[in-house]
Design a protein around this ligand. Structure first.
Ligand SMILES: [Zn+2]
Length: 274
């Protein structure tokens, strides 16, 4: 039963989102591998922007893609149990799929700790090259999603692409889609990529990252200004992965450790500097 539901839900392909990218288009290590080198964009060093909110020097943004789906219940629970701000990027077709998904979407709408964003209506039906070859199709798909979910902000994340378009700041990953991203930005969308992805199942050959290890990685990236905007780190998750209790436990441990440390705050993307 559960498995059937999973099959029907539109999801990201995992390989595309496992990597961080240099601005010079070289692929770096999977983020689920130990961070030993330079894993993030050099753009970070160009901006010189530092964000000091509520006294803490570093801000963490937890973002969840591809809902609503069976894992969205856990995302809601996480936000409430740990009183932590969360952003979700939603697929309208998933919301329209089942009554259950529609109810999960409603729970997101009703949760003040969750901020909604647009992840396209169809998620490119997983045919990314074809989709991004036609910027008009991409724009229509994002507009359809905005109208379908009645989203009242302009926050968006491309399916299968780690691109930023925030006012004058922009970054592309190695994939096609720059024109589509520019088209969306020209229409007023704010595109959020991510600095780091944390997956339940790490790349082959690497052990699951614990919350403690992830906080060390986050600290190192922030200390060495390896994020898109220094002082700020956007972490990508997927709703369905929170159905894994062990993973959920490590994420909660990460949140508690970060809060106890004193130099981190958790914010919605509406607080992201621009
Ligand atoms: Zn996705």
């Amino acid at each position: 039963m559960l498995r059937n539901n999973f099959k029907k839900v539109v999801t990201c392909t995992s390989t595309l989102v496992l990597f961080s990218f240099h601005s010079d288009n070289t692929v770096t290590a999977p983020v689920n591998s130990p961070i030993t080198g330079n894993t993030a964009s050099r753009y970070a060093n160009h901006h010189g922007i530092h964000h000091h909110r509520s006294g803490q020097p570093y801000t963490i943004y937890l973002t969840f893609d591809d809902g609503p789906s069976s894992g969205s219940r856990m995302v809601n629970e996480l936000s409430q149990r740990d009183s932590v701000q969360i952003n979700v990027f939603l697929i309208g077709r998933n919301a329209d799929l089942t009554e259950k998904n529609r109810a999960l979407f409603k729970n997101y709408q009703d949760n003040p700790l969750v901020e909604l964003g647009n992840h396209s209506y169809t998620h490119a039906q997983r045919h990314y090259e074809k989709y991004f070859g036609d910027p008009a199709v991409v724009l229509a798909d994002f507009n359809r999603n905005r109208d379908s979910l009645r989203l009242d902000n302009n926050f968006a994340r491309l399916p299968g692409r780690n691109f930023f378009r925030i006012d004058t700041l922009s970054r592309n990953d190695i994939s096609t889609g720059a024109k589509a991203a520019d088209t969306l930005a020209a229409e007023g969308y704010k595109l959020f990529g991510w600095d780091l992805e944390w997956r339940r199942r790490p790349a082959r050959g690497f052990a699951l990252h614990t919350g403690k290890e992830m906080l060390e990685i986050v600290e190192k990236m922030l200390d060495t200004k390896k994020t898109f905007i220094p002082g700020n780190i956007i972490i990508l998750f997927h709703d369905t992965e929170l159905l894994d209790e062990q993973f959920m436990g490590e994420l909660e441990d990460f949140i508690q450790r970060a809060k106890a440390d004193g130099k981190y705050s958790f914010e919605h993307l509406s607080a992201y500097p621009n």
